[in-house]
Design a binder for this molecule. Sequence first.
Ligand code: PLP
Ligand code: LYS
Length: 434
Amino acid sequence: MHLHGTAVINDKGHLMIGGVSTIDMVKQYGTPLYVYDTALIRERARGFKETFQELGVKAEVAYASKAFSSIAIFQLMKEEGLSLDVVSGGELYTALKAEFPSERIHFNGNNKSRDELLMAVKNNIGCIVVDNFHELRLISGITGEMKQHVKVLLRVTPGIEAHTHDYILTGQEDSKFGFDLQNGQAEEAMKQSLESEYIDLLGLHCHIGSQIFETTGFNLAAKKIIEKVAEWKSAYGFIPRVINLGGGFGIRYTQEDDPIPPGQYVKEMINAVKGETARFGLEMPEIWIEPGRSLVGDAGTSLYTIGSSKEVPNIRKYLAVDGGMSDNIRPALYSAKYEAVIANKAGADPQETVSIAGKCCESGDMLIWDLPLPESEAGDILAVFCTGAYGYSMANNYNRIPRPPVVFTENGKSKLVIRRETYDDLITLDQLLT
Ligand SMILES: Cc1ncc(COP(=O)(O)O)c(C=O)c1O
Ligand SMILES: N[C@@H](CCCC[NH3+])C(=O)O
């Protein structure tokens, strides 16, 4: 049995997160429940910033808010001095409601609508990461009409296959994202941006994928970009002030995962950029990154109540919980693996191997296969670790299951930051037929 994040066990054998008993939180807020240890998020955020400071490199660390967006987490990231990467009008709206400084908001995405771009320009956001020619035309039009400048980065695809799940690969040539770096698209986009009166081209952006455990892909992406920059400098005199190398740093979901420390990714990519810029006699650009999972992933834990169980003789025992693919779709979508303990018997040794089923009407709604657990009964609390990224943010109302609440813990205190959805919430958008 392995505990993740900063979880510890108290003298009653109960799991504690951020100094608060999970069993007390279950009594107060019910299950299913997402619990975050915000001290751990702060530690991760500071870690990234300190690494850049130690290396003397100008940087912006933007939290990729798709990992978990809510007003409270945006307020926390603001307190920590991070920037924010949003990918939709909804995330931008939430950021503005959280009074996140608009000059530190970056807008990504492969099909931003005119309205979303208008919202970004009107609110003077820090930069738009332009993904394609359609968007470039839209931005040129909007900024021309408004006579207002906007800073942009061009998202390029460097042609790199990072080693991760196919669905979360993004840097390869055959990708829906970005301007291809090799076939002239990126160069054309750079020329068009320089020609557009109100577009201020800050630099280039790339993001090669998510849950990556090796530094090779990042280093290679950095090298390919700098090589192009050197070509462009002599041909067009364009020198990017910023290179954004995206996010994607992997975390440990199970003992099989072997991630390197987040700072190591940063150090290696900076060395790669330093090496290449020196080789071509270029100035060191600012390096921006946009991590999501590595900031919030292992700080989140999901708590469920165990309900029914079913024995398939000689094959397996199923234990069902009161959530599932509606609050954590990652096992169903990516065959993602998790570890868990019984929160009210957290110190007990495993006695049996069980498989954790969700409550949705789908055979594929399985949260964990073959999990060693102490003997359990209905009413016990299951704590699934490392659900802080792409858990709540990908939650849905399949089977009209209300989304769970989110609680932040720190220094022995808990605070509700998203309330539980109610049945009334589920029908608020419904209109009567007659
Ligand atoms: C453009 C972009 N930036 C940042 C991220 C954050 O990735 P991660 O949560 O893996 O750090 C993603 C997601 O893969 C992304 O698509
Ligand atoms: N949602 C994915 C990551 C996708 C990242 C967005 N580009 C996950 O849960 O792993």
